[in-house]
Write a protein that binds this ligand. Structure first.
Ligand code: SAM
Length: 281
């Protein structure tokens, strides 16, 4: 297909990814449900509860239950992870001192997220939610959503983040090692990098076969029928195929300077998705 990314430059890839997400922004949430049978919600719920934002024992603050925590949700799109983080922190853990910056390279996705926040979140949660335009590979040059093109850029400072999350975003990056280096830079020592991403289900050959047929056959078709956009969804399926295995990606996280526990990842639904975590020592 014309999305054969092997031969294109980083800049070209970035432009195509921008095109894909601009064209899917409006239909993105509905399509996620259709393509994964709603499963992405279960994965996201599990991802967020496994991180348990708001309960933050690794802190010098006198009371871990109300310790301030700053979460940076990278490639946050329309807000699914950020909203769950705020709910868990503020409502379940009763810790109002948790703030979330939701950042994405694509202002169209962020705008949908901002509208959703305004209609779905209580004012107290909206007050601690920031929307920032940023390329994950370079967090030294970001902009608040909606800032004028000539507004000065802002650097996310070194060692300013307690928890860095990226869900279904990293496989779209042109330069994953650069993004991991930036994650390492902005995290405080003791801070956590956490990634939820499609992965390899090849530990179960029969299941894998069915899954591959579904994704290569049905997803571009659903994209065409529901969103009128076959190419973007074809790209999404191919980007999953190209993404490294659980073990390869774990090794990249370690190479960026993180420490991982155990094997360094958790498979979800037989490896259709996986969670990787690392701590900045
Ligand atoms: N995290 C959200 C979720 O789980 O619903 C959104 C995931 S969406 C599949 C992927 C997002 O990655 C898109 O919003 C896209 O704009 C963003 N993205 C792609 N390349 C990026 C980059 N280099 N830096 C930051 N965000 C990027």
């Amino acid at each position: 297909t014309h999305f054969g990314f092997e031969t294109v430059t980083e800049a070209e890839k970035r432009e195509r990814v921008a095109g894909v997400f601009t064209s899917v922004a409006e239909s993105y949430d509905r399509m996620n449900d259709l393509m994964s049978f709603g499963w992405h919600r279960i994965w996201k719920d599990h991802f967020v509860s496994s991180l348990n934002p708001g309960f933050f024992p690794l802190t010098s603050s006198p009371d871990p239950r109300t310790a301030p925590q700053h979460i940076l949700d990278i490639a946050g799109g329309t807000g699914d992870i950020a909203f769950r983080m705020l709910h868990t922190a503020h409502v379940i853990n009763q810790n109002p001192n948790v703030s979330v910056t939701i950042s994405d390279i694509n202002p169209a996705m962020l705008s949908v997220g901002k509208q959703r926040a305004q209609s779905q979140l209580p004012a107290s949660q909206q007050a601690v939610l920031n929307f920032v335009e940023a390329n994950a590979e370079n967090l030294t040059s970001t902009k608040p959503l909606g800032a004028s093109p000539d507004a000065p850029t802002q650097k996310i400072p070194d060692e300013s983040v307690d928890l860095y999350t990226v869900a279904f975003g990293i496989r779209n990056f042109s330069n994953i090692p650069a993004a991991l280096r930036e994650a390492h830079r902005v995290l405080k020592p003791g801070g956590i990098f956490a990634c939820l991403e499609f992965s390899k289900a090849d530990k179960y050959p029969l299941f894998n076969e069915i899954y591959k047929r579904w994704s290569f056959g049905a997803i571009p078709l659903i994209g065409q029928l529901v969103a009128g956009d076959r190419d973007s969804y074809q790209y999404l399926v191919e980007s999953i195929e190209r993404f490294p295995s659980q073990e390869e990606f774990r090794d990249m996280i370690v190479d960026a300077g993180f420490v991982v526990g155990g094997k360094g990842y958790e498979d979800l639904t037989g490896g259709v998705a996986a969670i990787h975590k690392g701590m900045k020592p």
